[in-house]
Design a protein around this ligand. Structure first.
Ligand code: SF4
Ligand code: SF4
Length: 288
């Protein structure tokens, strides 16, 4: 079983388009949407059924007014300005537990709170698909990414050859969590200044994990000068460019129709198949 993580360094580069296309093309796979702050892969993959699980991401404090003697100590120690007039705002409470520890009257409760849900689904080809949703205002998305991956990768059948992970944007904690166990990373970028900047940051991160990667340049024809810059940079870093996807209104129409691009356009399907062949090729090379 090989795990392929699709990352972008920044949002809006076409990462989910590529992830959903891989998920549609491949057999014997599990698909995981690790973009738990803005899950949207399910809109394209359209799960047939789903089981829901609760996610408890941390603790929050609350004051029991019957025990509180209004000494004010808790408000003075809270660095997150979550306490006012002996009431804790749950949206501002970061769950550090400081107030709970200092309260002289044991008037503060510090309990696990639900931070979101994750879902185990069946796709139309009978493969498993996992995604999650944080509740508004909740953090700790890295922990949720770890939890959803753990759930997805426990008791995996012997027939499973691929794990396709649609990773979160950026280079923060949820990205690190999504990389756990990765065999190869597909980076989807675009030929813009910010695209190149975020691509470089992501590649530096991958070097620290020693994970092999390849690059897909999306909408490469919108700025061919910057596409050349990315290609040159990839060559210098010894990273393969797996493919160049053009700007094509079919990609937009596919999303509007809630379809993966491989269902919508045979030309794009061919491009994605070629990219996947290169993923397999470079993953094999990196083993040797
Ligand atoms: S520290 Fe405890 S007793 Fe003092 S105000 Fe806060 S909750 Fe009330
Ligand atoms: S747990 Fe921490 S963040 Fe929450 S109210 Fe207490 S001191 Fe403030």
């Amino acid at each position: 079983m090989k795990q392929i993580v699709i990352l972008s360094g920044k949002g809006g580069t076409g990462k989910t388009t590529v992830s959903s296309a891989f998920a549609k093309l491949l057999q014997d796979k599990i698909t995981i949407d690790c973009d738990v702050d803005a899950a949207n892969l399910y809109l394209l993959l359209k799960p047939q059924s789903r089981n829901q699980f609760e996610y408890f991401g941390g603790k929050k404090a609350s004051i029991n007014p019957e025990l509180c003697t209004q000494c004010g100590l808790c408000e003075s120690v809270c660095r997150f300005d979550a306490l006012h007039n002996y009431v804790i705002d749950p949206l501002s409470c970061e769950g550090c537990g400081f107030c709970y520890r200092v309260c002289p009257d044991d008037a503060i409760e510090f309990t696990e709170t639900k931070s979101g849900n994750y879902f185990e689904c069946n796709l139309i080809d009978d493969s498993k698909f996992y995604y999650a949703k944080l509740l508004p205002g909740e953090g700790n998305s890295g922990k949720l990414v770890s939890e959803i991956k753990k759930s997805a990768l426990t008791n995996v059948g012997e027939n499973i050859k691929w794990v396709i992970v649609d990773g979160p944007p950026g280079i923060g904690c949820p990205v690190n969590a999504s990389l756990s166990g990765a065999d190869f990373v597909v980076i989807v970028t675009e030929p813009t200044q910010s695209g190149i900047h975020d691509l470089k940051r992501l590649i530096e991160l991958l070097k620290t994990f020693s994970i092999k990667c390849g690059i897909v340049i999306n909408k490469y024809d919108l700025n061919e000068k910057q596409t050349l810059q990315i290609t040159a940079y990839a060559g210098k870093e010894n990273i393969p460019v797996l493919g160049y996807l053009p700007f094509d209104k079919d990609y937009i129409e596919a999303i509007k129709a809630n379809k993966t691009i491989v269902e919508y356009s045979s030309k794009a399907a061919k491009d994605i198949e070629n990219i996947w062949s290169k993923v397999e090729f470079f993953m094999d090379i990196s083993k040797n």
